[in-house]
Write a protein that binds this ligand. Structure first.
Ligand code: NAD
Length: 345
């Protein structure tokens, strides 16, 4: 590997152009070398805009370039596994966007490819890289909350259904559970100390579906028109091997207020991310306190960690194994909802 880490980008849509590229450009000694998108025009535009050397429509061409060290996988969810495995087999390090894959089997194959190639596989669990999340994780690891035995993961949008491939199950693998539930379930699970999930009971709904509500904006995929065959909300209850439980509520569309929150409840103290409060006792009084931290750019932090791990041969915070455990939970939610009963993972 030369002095600069040479990056290839697979999938040149929204998250690639608006989050990964800007975050790479802010790092030291990183060079954007190649881009790939099945949309040739998009790939060429991104290549020209950022002065990259190559643009492709097939990710195999990109991963086989000798002058690429690492790739970001920013495609629709249905090609995360194929692109990641191809890149790892070609000896590249991979930062794969969330969700890791469409199902646990794909996630396992990705882990095996990373182990075989001895390359870094980092999953894009970007919410772990917010300043508030990092502080709560530090407090949890220092035992400030005691034994964390219950948690709530909430990501409820009132009318926030993305357009395009997100609602096409064959491309996304599912609706808000796999799109935004993945973020809040992962973050909450991470703060809980990553206990092993053992069972899930869940329900999913599609009662609002596509809508024409006026006055609200939506996350637009680069190609906005597609099928709509996913759920629009879900609730779940997850049990872990250590006896802890997590209650989950996620929606793209729900007749409720908007909320994105991780809450953890321990034997000594509890915490909520939004509002950012620690629920404590001092001198025998109940105390609510808010630690003070500057806002940070989580994508910058995530990509900085990816580059640092490559340079120093360190394991990332968000590993393939983490992605796999989260994928087991997501899969369990869909399975339980389908069967109408609790499923053992
Ligand atoms: N971390 C976050 O907060 C966050 C936010 C949004 C999206 N994402 C994730 O990023 C990924 C992309 O989402 P997006 O919003 O950028 O979607 P998008 O539709 O805007 O972009 C995806 C791009 O991938 C391309 N593509 C699809 N299959 C491909 C393949 N096999 N090879 C090459 N290119 C391919 C599409 O043509 C498109 O240009 C998804 O996995 C999504 O879950 C993460």
């Amino acid at each position: 590997m030369g002095e600069k880490i040479r990056i290839g980008l697979i999938g040149a849509g929204n998250i690639c152009q608006n989050a990964h590229i800007p975050a790479y450009l802010k790092q030291e000694d990183v060079e954007l070398v190649a881009v790939c998108d099945i949309n040739e025009k998009r790939a060429n535009e991104v290549k020209e805009k950022y002065g990259m050397r190559y643009a492709f429509t097939d990710f195999h061409d990109l991963v086989n370039l000798p002058d690429v060290d690492a790739v970001s996988v920013c495609t629709w969810n249905n090609s995360h596994a194929a692109a990641t495995i191809a890149a790892l087999k070609a000896g590249k390090h991979v930062l794969c966007e969330k969700p890791m894959a469409m199902n646990p089997e794909e996630a396992e194959a990705m882990i095996k490819a990373a182990e075989d190639s001895k390359r870094i596989l980092q999953i894009g669990f970007v919410n772990r890289f917010k300043a508030e999340s990092k502080l709560l994780k530090e407090f949890a690891e220092k035992g400030r909350f005691g034994d964390i035995y219950f948690a709530k993961a909430t990501y409820e949008r009132r009318r926030g259904t993305p357009t395009g491939w997100f609602t096409n199950r064959s491309k996304s693998g599912g609706g808000p559970v796999i799109d935004i539930g993945v973020h809040i379930i992962d973050l909450t699970w991470y703060l809980m100390g990553r206990p092993r999930p053992v069972s899930v009971t869940a329900a999913v709904y599609d009662r609002i579906g596509d809508y024409s509500t006026k006055g609200v904006s939506r996350w637009h995929a680069f190609d906005p028109d597609d099928a709509f065959d996913t759920e629009d909300s879900a609730c779940a209850f997850i049990r872990f091997e250590n006896g802890a439980c997590m209650q989950v509520s996620v929606s793209w569309a729900l007749n409720n207020k908007e909320s994105m929150n991780s809450e953890i409840f321990g034997s000594k103290a509890g915490a909520s991310l939004s509002p950012f409060v620690i629920y404590d006792e001092q001198e025998n009084y109940l105390v609510n306190s808010t630690p003070v931290v500057d806002k940070e750019d989580p994508f910058y932090n995530e990509i900085k960690e990816f580059i640092t791990c490559i340079r120093e041969g360190k394991a990332p915070t968000a590993t393939g194994q983490d992605g796999f455990q989260i994928q087991r939970i997501l899969n369990g939610i869909y399975q339980s909802a389908k069967l109408g009963r609790e499923v053992v993972l």
